[in-house]
Design a protein around this ligand. Structure first.
Ligand SMILES: [Fe+2]
Length: 192
């Protein structure tokens, strides 16, 4: 039997931290190349390198059939008209699905099937759970004015593949248009 400290985790739904768990923090410079408006990125980067998001993870059990989970905290804001977001990833083990539970804040999961086709924007906020199927790239986007905090639960075997996204980015972006988030295909973006 696993010990209680391995069975029970205490997370802070305000800071997104899990007691005793490692936390990955991504700052603005870590997301260089992710945002569509390069000039707006450089302008923001010239002012500083703020925290954009953090993910605290509990990855204790690593066997076949085990689960891992993480608590994410994504700051509000925009680079140009594009909302702050995570890098996004596929799972290294492509078949691995994941479930996101919104804790607080307002945002979306941007989902894209590896094989092509339409991008899908699924709301993520408190009292909502989002199923992310396997072979689907997923990125969290904060469209609200407060931090977006959520939990993701995934197979221990899932792993993360960021490289596939770094190469081509997502096919769609989420921009503020007339005060509302709008999903726009990258190829349809007007370049100033
Ligand atoms: Fe994931």
């Amino acid at each position: 039997m696993m010990e209680l400290k391995e069975l029970l985790s205490r997370f802070d739904p305000v800071t997104g931290e899990i007691a005793g768990a490692p936390t990955t923090r991504r700052h603005l410079e870590d997301l260089r190349g992710c945002f569509a408006d390069k000039a707006a990125f450089e302008s923001a980067a010239a002012k500083g390198n703020p925290l954009i998001y953090s993910v605290a993870t509990v990855e204790t059990a690593g066997g076949e059939g085990d689960l891992h989970f993480g608590v994410g905290l994504l700051m509000p804001g925009r680079i140009g008209d594009e909302y702050l977001m995570t890098k996004g990833h596929f799972h290294a083990w492509r078949q691995a699905a994941e479930i996101y539970f919104g804790l607080s804040g307002e945002g979306f999961l941007l989902l894209e099937d590896e094989a092509g086709g339409e991008s899908q924007l699924v709301p993520l906020r408190s009292h909502q759970a989002v199923y992310v199927p396997g072979t689907t790239a997923h990125r969290t986007i904060n469209t609200g004015s407060a931090p977006l905090i959520y939990i993701g639960v995934y197979p221990a075997r899932a792993g993360h593949d960021y490289g596939a996204i770094v190469g081509r980015n997502f096919r769609s972006v989420v921009m503020e248009r007339h005060g509302q988030p709008e999903l726009i295909r990258r190829q349809d973006l007007r370049t100033p």
